[in-house]
Write a protein that binds this ligand. Structure first.
Ligand SMILES: *[C@@H]1O[C@H](CO)[C@@H](O)[C@H](O)[C@H]1NC(C)=O
Ligand SMILES: *[C@@H]1O[C@H](CO)[C@@H](O)[C@H](O)[C@H]1NC(C)=O
Ligand SMILES: *[C@@H]1O[C@H](CO)[C@@H](O)[C@H](O)[C@H]1NC(C)=O
Ligand SMILES: *[C@@H]1O[C@H](CO)[C@@H](O)[C@H](O)[C@H]1NC(C)=O
Ligand SMILES: *[C@@H]1O[C@H](CO)[C@@H](O)[C@H](O)[C@H]1NC(C)=O
Ligand SMILES: *[C@@H]1O[C@H](CO)[C@@H](O)[C@H](O)[C@H]1NC(C)=O
Ligand SMILES: *[C@@H]1O[C@H](CO)[C@@H](O)[C@H](O)[C@H]1NC(C)=O
Length: 651
C-alpha cells in the first residue's frame, strides 16, 4: 500500500516536472525580481564577443576560454552592414556565418543574449547600418521615416526567421533579444519607431521571447529608450556607485531582474588618443558588487577582437577608431589570457561553480622577422587596374555612395583653372572632406586635407595642371546624431575663392585588385627626379616571406609592424588586415591571424602607403613580431584621457 502510494506520487511528480520542463521556457519574473529558466530562478553572468571581429577558425578557442572563466552566457551584436553589403545581397558564409556561431556557443554550453539591431553602435562603421541607406539624402535613420522602415522590415524579414529556431523555447541558446540599442541616447526619441520594431520582432519571433532594451543608467537616457513590452536594462562601467546605477533601471522597471547589459571591462580607442586602460582591481570590485546584489551582468567586451578591413567606426566630432578593438578586455585582441581574466574568474567563483579542467593556453606567436618591400605603382599609375567601373564625370564632385562605393578610397581629378605661381589655398571651407584627402599637382604631393583638422593647404601650379585628390573613408560615425556620415568630397574644393568644377572620379576596387594580383610585382623603375622631402603620392609596395621549415606548429599568429611608415592599409595574401597609422598612434602593430598565412607558397604582403614610405635611404621593410604594441605614443592635440569612462565620454 505504502509502496504503491509512493510509486503513484513519483509518477505524478514526473508528469508534473515534465509539464514544467517541457516546453523549455525563459521569462521575466516580476514578482520575485529575477529571470526564470524552465521555471527555476536564473541569473546570467555573460560576456560580449563579436563574431564579426574574430576569424571563424578562432571562434571556438575564444568561446571555450570564456566558458572556463565561469560565464554561463555570451552576448553578440549582428551588424546589418556586414551581412547586406548591397541592397538585397546577403552574405552569411565563412566569417559571416552567424548560425554556425550560435550553434558553436550552444554546443559549448552557453546561453546567448542576441542584439540584432538594426542599429548596434559597437564602434562599428555607421553603427552597423548599411551605407547605402544614405542614397536617400533626406533619410532620417533610426526613426519612422518610411524609407528607413522599408529597408529595416526587409532586412529583419530575412534575419529574424533565420534566428527563430535558435530561441531557447525552440531548443536553441537564445534567451533574450535586444531591440535597437541605447535608443535613449539618440536625438529622434521616436516612440512609434520603437513600437514598430517591437511589433516586427514579435511577428517574426513570437510572443514568448523576452525582448529588451539597453540604455545609459540615468532617467534621462531611459526616457526615450524604454517602452512597454520591452524589458528595460541599463549599462554602466566600473568604479561608480552600483546601487545608484540600478536605481536608474528601477525608474523604468520597478520590478523584475536587475541587468547591466554593458559592464565596461575596458574602453574604446581613437587614433591620436592614448590607449584606454581600465585597472583590473576596479573592474573586479564593481563586478563583485553587481553580483552580490543578485544582478545579471554582461561584460562588454570579454574579448574585443579586430576591426579588419574598413570596419572601424568613429566618434563625433570626427575621431576614428583604430584597427584593433582590444578594448583592454580580459582576453586580448588575439584571445590571450590576462591578469584581468583571472581576476574576473576569481570573482565569479564566489557566486557560481566554475567548470573544472585546464584553460586553453594563449595561442603561440611567431616573429617571422623583416620583409623587404619593393615599390610598385602609385594609385594614379594603376588607375586602369583599380577602377573597374571606369571614370565618371560631373561638374561637382559626387560622394562615395553616389558612385556606389561604400568603403576605401576614391580618386577625384580635375585641373587647375588658373596659374597659381604663388602658394594658393586649396580648401573645403565647410569641412566637407570626408575624411582625409591626399592632394597632388601633376603627380607631385602638395599636402593633406583632414576632416576637422586641416581644411586648407597651399598649392602651386600652372593653369591646366592635373589636380589629384585621393579621398580616404576613415570609418563612419557610429554614435550620436551624425551617423548619417557621407564620404568623399561632400561639396567642391575651392582654389582661392574659385570653386573647382569639371571633376572626373575613379571609384577604386583596391581589395579586388590586390586579391586578384592585378598590381603585379614589377618593381617601379627608379627615377632621377629628386626624392620628395615631405610627402609622396599614395603608392603600393609589396614583399613576400616564407614560413620557415622544420619548426613545428607553424604558421602561428603574428603582428605586423611598419616602423617609419606613416599611414595606410595593409593586406596579406589579399586579406585586408586594416589601417596602420603609427605616426598618429597609439596602435603600432596589427594582429595577423595564422589562418591567413600559407606554408604552401610565399606569403604576399601588400601595403598602400598614403604619405611616405621609409624607402629613400636603402630598402624599406615591414616587420613581423611576436609582441603587440597598442599603447604607443600619440601625436595629436586631444585632451588627456581619464582612467574611467562612461557614456558622457562619447558626447
Ligand atoms: C561572404 O563573406 C565571406 C566571409 O567574409 C567571404 O569569404 C565571401 O567571399 C563572401 N561572399 C561573397 C559572395 O561576397
Ligand atoms: C543627418 O540627419 C539629421 C537628422 O535627420 C539632419 O538634421 C542632418 O542634416 C543630416 N546630416 C547630413 C550631413 O545629411
Ligand atoms: C550609492 O548610492 C546609494 C543610492 O543612491 C546611496 O544610498 C549610497 O549612499 C551611495 N553610496 C556611496 C558610497 O556614495
Ligand atoms: C570626362 O572628362 C575627361 C576630362 O575632362 C575627358 O577626357 C573625358 O572624355 C570625359 N569623359 C566623358 C565620358 O565625357
Ligand atoms: C599661365 O602662365 C603662362 C606662362 O607661365 C601663360 O602663358 C598663360 O597664359 C597663363 N594662363 C592663364 C590662364 O593665366
Ligand atoms: C599659404 O601661403 C600663404 C602665403 O605664402 C601663407 O601666408 C599661409 O600661411 C599658407 N597657408 C598654409 C595653410 O600653409
Ligand atoms: C603570392 O603571390 C605569388 C605570385 O603571384 C603566388 O604565386 C602565390 O601563390 C601567392 N601566395 C599566396 C599564399 O597566395
Amino acid at each position: 500500500m505504502f509502496l504503491l502510494r509512493a510509486g503513484t506520487t513519483l509518477l505524478l511528480l514526473l508528469v508534473f516536472a515534465q509539464s514544467l520542463g517541457s516546453p523549455r521556457s525563459f521569462s521575466v519574473d516580476y514578482q520575485h525580481d529575477c529571470f526564470r529558466k524552465d521555471g527555476e530562478r536564473f541569473r546570467y553572468i555573460s560576456g560580449s564577443i563579436h563574431y564579426n571581429r574574430i576569424p571563424r577558425v578562432y571562434w571556438k578557442d575564444r568561446l571555450l576560454k570564456m566558458y572556463m572563466a565561469g560565464l554561463n552566457a555570451i552576448q553578440t551584436y549582428i551588424p546589418w552592414n556586414y551581412h547586406e553589403m548591397y541592397p538585397g545581397q546577403y552574405n552569411f558564409s565563412g566569417d559571416r556565418d552567424v548560425e554556425y556561431f550560435l550553434k558553436l556557443a550552444q554546443d559549448i554550453g552557453f546561453l546567448v543574449i542576441l542584439r540584432p539591431g538594426p542599429y548596434i553602435c559597437a564602434e562599428w562603421d555607421m553603427g552597423g547600418l548599411p551605407a547605402w541607406l544614405l542614397k536617400n539624402k533626406n533619410i532620417v535613420l533610426r526613426s519612422s521615416d518610411p524609407d528607413y522602415i522599408t529597408a529595416v522590415d526587409k532586412w529583419m524579414g530575412k534575419l529574424l526567421p533565420m534566428i527563430k529556431p535558435y530561441l531557447y523555447q525552440n531548443c536553441g541558446p537564445i534567451i533574450t533579444v535586444q531591440v535597437e540599442n541605447e535608443y535613449g541616447s539618440y536625438f529622434a526619441c521616436d516612440y512609434n519607431y520603437l513600437r514598430h520594431l517591437t511589433k516586427l520582432f514579435r511577428s517574426h519571433l513570437g510572443e514568448e521571447v523576452v525582448l529588451f532594451t539597453t540604455d545609459g543608467a540615468s532617467p534621462g537616457y531611459l526616457k526615450c529608450g524604454a517602452l512597454q513590452d520591452l524589458y528595460a536594462t541599463v549599462d554602466f562601467g566600473p568604479g561608480g556607485n552600483v546601487t545608484a546605477a540600478f536605481e536608474a533601471q528601477r525608474y523604468a522597471e520597478p520590478r523584475g531582474p536587475l541587468v547591466n547589459s554593458e559592464f565596461y571591462t575596458g574602453w574604446l580607442d581613437n587614433w591620436g588618443s592614448p590607449h584606454a586602460e581600465v585597472p583590473t582591481a576596479v573592474v573586479a570590485k564593481s563586478l563583485n558588487e553587481i553580483l552580490a546584489m543578485g544582478a545579471n551582468v554582461n561584460m562588454y567586451m570579454f574579448i574585443g577582437g579586430t576591426n579588419f578591413g574598413y570596419w572601424n567606426g568613429a566618434n563625433a566630432p570626427y575621431k576614428p577608431q583604430p584597427t584593433s578593438y582590444d578594448y583592454d578586455a580580459p582576453l586580448t585582441e588575439a584571445g590571450d589570457l590576462t591578469k584581468k581574466y583571472f581576476a574576473i574568474q576569481e570573482v565569479i567563483k564566489e557566486y557560481r561553480k566554475i567548470p573544472e579542467g585546464p584553460i586553453l593556453p594563449s595561442t603561440p606567436k611567431y616573429a617571422y622577422g623583416a620583409v623587404v618591400m619593393k615599390k610598385l605603382l602609385t594609385i594614379s599609375d594603376a588607375l586602369d587596374k583599380l577602377s573597374f567601373s571606369g571614370p565618371v564625370n560631373s561638374t561637382n564632385p559626387l560622394t562615395f555612395i553616389e558612385l556606389n562605393q561604400a568603403f576605401g578610397y576614391v580618386l577625384y581629378r580635375t585641373t587647375l583653372p588658373v596659374n597659381c605661381t604663388k602658394p594658393t589655398p586649396l580648401s573645403s571651407p565647410l569641412n566637407e572632406v570626408h575624411d582625409r584627402a591626399y592632394v597632388s599637382v601633376d603627380g607631385v604631393s602638395a599636402g593633406i586635407l583632414e576632416r576637422s583638422k586641416v581644411i586648407a593647404i597651399n598649392v602651386t601650379g600652372n593653369a591646366g595642371s592635373q589636380l589629384d585628390v585621393l579621398v580616404e573613408n576613415m570609418g563612419r560615425i557610429n554614435y550620436g546624431k551624425d551617423i548619417n556620415d557621407s564620404k568623399g568630397l561632400l561639396s567642391t574644393l575651392y582654389l582661392g575663392t574659385l570653386p573647382l568644377t569639371g571633376w572626373t572620379m575613379y571609384s577604386l576596387s583596391i581589395d579586388e585588385a590586390v586579391s586578384q594580383g592585378l598590381l603585379g610585382d614589377k618593381e617601379a623603375t627608379p627615377t632621377d627626379a629628386p626624392q620628395p622631402v615631405a610627402l609622396s603620392p599614395p603608392t603600393f609596395y609589396s614583399g613576400s616571406f616564407i614560413i620557415p621549415d622544420g619548426i613545428p606548429d607553424l604558421p602561428q599568429d603574428t603582428y605586423i609592424k611598419l616602423p617609419k611608415w606613416r599611414k595606410g592599409q595593409v593586406w596579406i595574401n589579399g586579406f585586408n588586415l586594416g589601417r596602420y597609422w603609427p605616426s598618429r598612434g597609439p596602435q603600432v602593430t596589427l594582429f595577423v591571424p595564422a589562418n591567413i598565412l600559407s606554408t604552401a607558397a610565399p606569403n604576399n604582403v601588400t601595403v598602400l602607403e598614403l604619405e611616405k614610405a621609409p624607402c629613400s635611404a636603402g630598402p624599406c621593410t615591414v616587420e613581423f613580431t611576436a609582441d603587440p604594441i597598442l599603447n604607443g605614443p600619440v601625436y595629436s592635440d586631444h585632451k588627456q584621457r581619464r582612467r574611467l569612462f562612461s557614456k558622457e565620454d562619447l558626447l
